[in-house]
Design a protein around this ligand. Sequence first.
Ligand code: IPT
Length: 989
Amino acid sequence: MGTPLVDEVEASDRSMESAWSDVRYVEAIAPSQWTTPTSAHVAAGSARKLSLNGQWRFRFSGSIFDDASAPVLPDTDLSDWDTIAVPGHWPLQGWGTPWYTNQFYPFPIDAPHVPDDNPTGVYALDFDAPDWGPSTTVLRFDGVDSIAQVWLNGHLLGVTRGSRLPQDFDATRVLRRSSNRLYVRVHQWSAMSYLEDQDMWWLPGIFRDVTLVERPPRGIGDAFVHAEFDSSTGEGQLRVETVCDATVSVPELGIEFDSTGDARLPGIEPWSAETPRLYDVVLTSAGESRTLRVGFRTVAVRDGLLTVNGRPLMLRGVNRHEFDTRSGRTLTREAMEADVLLMKRYNVNAVRTSHYPPAPEFLDLCDLHGLWVIDEGDLETHGYVHQQWIGNPADDERWADTLIDRIGRMVERDKNHPSVIIWSLGNESFTGTNLRAMARWVKDRDPSRPVHYEGDTACEYVDVFGQMYRTFAEIDEIGRRVDRIDPDSPGDTDADIARRALPFIHTEYAHAMGNGPGGLADYRDLYEKYPRLQGGFVWEWIDHGLEQTDDDGRPFIAYGGDFGEPLHDGTFVLDGLVFADRTPSPGLDEFKKVFEPFRIEIDGRVARIRNLHDVVGTEGFEAVWSLELGGLLVRSGREALPPISAGSIGTMALPSDALPAADDHADAVLTLRILTTQDTSWAAAGHEVAWAQTAPRPLPGIAPAPLPTLRPRTRTSRSKIELGSAVFDPVSGGLQELDGIEFHSSPQVDLWRAPTSNDIAFDQETSLADEWRKAGLHALEHSIREIEIGDDTLVVRGRTGVRGRGYGVETTAVWRRVATGVSVAYHVDPVGPWWTSWPRVGIRFAVDRSFGDVEWFGMGPSEGYRDTGAHLRLGRFHRTVPELQTPYAYPQENGARPGVRWLRLSNGRRTLHVRALSTFGFTVRPWTSEDLERALHSADLVPGPSTVVGLDAAIDGIGSASCGPLPLPKDRLFPRPVVMHAVLSSRTP
Ligand code: IPT
């Protein structure tokens, strides 16, 4: 595929020394030069391989011309060269720097030209080759970013193009048994950079494996497996296209046939993401044998739905970039498997390989453990959006061959994976003739899989309709099949009608940047409501934060700008469901709950169970119940599940001792969990996949007594005010002490939060954080208006306002002495014309930092907000103050636990007990919201002298406005009066 450019051919005839200075190939628009055709990835077989990974020699130049003027020769002395690990990126090993941009090209748009300051690394390796007799030897690069010229023993083997695509060179002619000298000259920027503008770090280098691969004479050559499954007969159909003649056998089934024929195989267990059944298929030619792991399944778009084996799918997916906080896009197989296992354990059933084909092993792991995959081409020209897409390579015929070559090499490499059910042409490259041609090429080569490309909004050349970040209302329209390509058009066009016949996939949604994403459950409800909506892929799986150490030796997670990049997109690279070190964030907990494969509703004595699997029934699962009172276990048991097939609803009677007695405590809660009964490849038996709780009875709702009429006091008439063991300041009316527990600050109204990434919504149209700041919410002024005192009561009235504005809140704290301590009813009443939402409304106080242990009965164990709290359960939990913080790499509001019944803070000697008489949530932090807001990295957060406690009547939702919609109105907090009612004591009642 692809004819080499004339000047490239000329280059090969020249001596190495003179050719070295000719760097025109860097700006050539062309497919890889002199690579052999890409063939399907082979995991196991008789053909031998030799890994060339390891420590290589390395020479780095910041400018391409510096490098070009220093030619190397086959016998150049390497002793003063550096060493570098292959695979790896040089900016993560001490040369150059990582550079993060989202859409912007980091250089002037002037294709195919790139800057002269083009970081260039020359890799050198001396090696002995194995004796593979008469075989052909292929030198394979699985990934080189962005382009490389490859020289073996003084001969130019060719040029790699397509960073995330395999590059095979026939090395046979020039390879020697011993003393081979390989040079790989890699450039950070090339014409190809215009095609590789994905939202990620620019990380050059040989970042995937380098291997010598044997191609034996009379070997199999490339093989294309077609393994279909007929759901009406249960028959599999197997056909293997090979370049050379071979026999095909399935030892397990006792079948053998010639590769020119095919076989019908009765009683096949089909492959699915839920039942990843693989059969070994052995190909044998005169010179080679190969074992392929084959899954039988048939993908089809039928009656407007995406089906596999005749059943429509629900994609509960994530977008996955390849990332490791230390090694960038160089991943070990262990790291890839860690991703797959974590996905499986968290109810993820699908992956879009955004935005390039992953390392080939990743797809082996998807086949093995079971994930539906959209395999995406290595193409993104997003930077052209900044010039209205003028000059977009996707629509310029000079780039046609190169783009066809790219998509072709992905399809050829990955065509035998049962997990790959959809081909995606690439990402964010607008639309154009080359994309259309790519789609045509793919359908021609592999009609068995639908084509996806989000940029084809009119669905002219794709088989599924994919869109990004649509609002709830738009998704609802699409679900109802009333969407229009041009929303302003007065009537339906033929194109509208044609598009509506296609299934819909939410290619990217729920931007998991920082705290969030909000609204996952609302999206899910829509997906489940309309058959056309077949789920989607959360943006995205992992934060791409790079682990670094600051000048004081403290580790921190770096994002855009931390390497002095002159143009960058800051924290936008931190938008994963797992943190950069692969620790699940609360967003992943929410994903797991929202997309659980069984939906359980407990209704009186019966549990109604909806089986949301695509394929499997309830066999392999059991129910476990537990009854708790006040968070303490009373009884528990296990029950078999009734048979409920995929897509159906069944009921299960609950055993009578699982049910709370009528006169039980108001805090009685029944939890029903569904667990696996057998070990799977991804989790040991007993793994929880779904759960539900009975709704706890509402709080008794002890309304605060009416505001008392008391005698106003002159502020200075006493040195202190006492209500039982509570001591108040006579000037401010602030709580100073309770039973010997000193208050660093007294409860005071709090309307602020350190803006989340979704509040900030960097570069987006609506930024709640900007609105809130404009409204003055970040700098409130508090004043005390009146203190009134009675025998057992103290009332403190205040007003909190905004500089230069007439709106604010009136606050009234009514303190009463009660048997165990003091109660407080804290009223917050908005006054004046507020025009924004509030980040939160609650009270905040501080005690000594020694109060480091927190126990609560309420929702937990991790954080949850109005639109992110589906995963929270009512229970009794214990965490230290540090454990209550969610360590977002870019510090922001976090750690709120709603629905609290009681909360205890202890320092080992004393306990401050807060009993809720109205429902509220809490945060407990070793710093303030202001500290969180000021900090740029989590290492900037240093615990202060106080433990800061926030009790929130309400908090605004989270949404995903950093790239997507604001929270739905139902989850917003608009100014409204609230009363928070609680008892504070130092004893545990
Ligand atoms: C969308 C990109 O496809 C994705 O790569 C990522 O950048 C994401 O946004 C935001 O994190 S494109 C956007 C213009 C919708």
